[in-house]
Design a protein around this ligand. Structure first.
Ligand code: SIN
Length: 275
């Protein structure tokens, strides 16, 4: 097995208020201004993200949409989703908005845009308007889900690819499925993670339907078990940031018709997911 290539020990971590969200993944962070990050601060956030997979960085309401994009660009090239509504004037800033006339649609578990050849490695949501209660994003660690499998199951899954498509956005995308490994190796931490999700994965490649369906059904039940989860509870100005290479997420629409608006930036992987 390859050695992890990322050193999670960085300066300044001890100056921040960092509280783990659950025993599985995630941490809340206070005491940093994402508009004023020097290289060392950025490395601290990067290091924390590699360690916790999800961060809820509070008190960022002063960030403009341009500031949010600039923070995203520090991680790499931004995804242009191409189908979801955007913030006016931006093609790479999604407007995740629900309210009396528009219900939320991300209730199902997924890893962002896994239907593209180069999917996002990192996504971030900046909370502009939050409901009076509910409206959390729920995350599940795909490192832990993988690590808990039996050795024979790991051996089987590591040989397999799965096909993903974006039919929920455009039915024509059925004709353009992409293949990714069922188990990927995270290029920065060196850890292995499951990489199939009920939102976009359609089949295990090269298997007959009955085998593909059986394996995916087992994995979907397994990979989102409560034991692998943590929730980000938003305040106005909370920026949630997560690593799609080792996390799935969903957004329970449990706040009726109240307003909820978050602006999303997604940063592309440097290369295709690989084993
Ligand atoms: C998303 O799936 O990107 C949106 C998640 C959310 O609305 O919390």
């Amino acid at each position: 097995m390859a050695e992890p290539v990322f050193d999670v020990t960085q300066p300044k971590e001890d100056e921040l208020d960092i509280r783990p969200l659950s025993g599985a993944l995630g941490a809340e962070v206070r005491g940093i201004d994402l508009k004023q990050l020097d290289e060392s601060d950025f490395e601290t956030i990067h290091s924390l993200l590699m360690q916790y997979s999800v961060l809820a960085i509070h008190d960022q309401a002063h960030l403009s949409d341009d500031d949010l994009r600039d923070f995203g660009l520090r991680w790499g090239e931004l995804d242009v989703h191409g189908y979801s509504p955007t913030v006016k004037g931006f093609k790479d800033l999604l407007n995740i908005r629900s309210g009396p006339e528009r219900r939320a649609s991300a209730e199902g578990w997924h890893s962002d845009v896994s239907w593209k050849e180069i999917p996002p490695k990192i996504s971030m949501l900046l909370a502009r308007t939050v409901p009076s209660i509910g409206g959390d994003t729920v995350y599940a660690s795909q490192y832990k889900a993988y690590e808990d499998l039996s050795d024979p199951m790991k051996d089987l899954l590591e040989q397999l690819d799965a096909e993903h498509d974006g039919r929920v956005f455009d039915i024509d995308l059925i004709r353009k499925p992409v293949r990714h490994p069922v188990v990927l190796r995270h290029p920065e931490t060196g850890r292995k993670a499951l990489y199939v999700n009920a939102g976009f994965t359609r089949r295990i490649a090269d298997l007959p339907p009955i085998e593909s369906q059986g394996i995916l059904s087992m994995l979907y039940d397994h990979c989102t078990r409560v034991r692998y989860q943590a929730r980000v509870r938003y305040e106005v100005g909370t920026l949630s940031i997560w690593d799609n290479r080792c996390v799935q997420h969903c957004a329970p629409p449990d706040y009726g018709y109240e307003e909820r608006e978050l602006h999303r930036v997604a940063v592309l992987c440097d290369e295709r997911p690989a084993r």
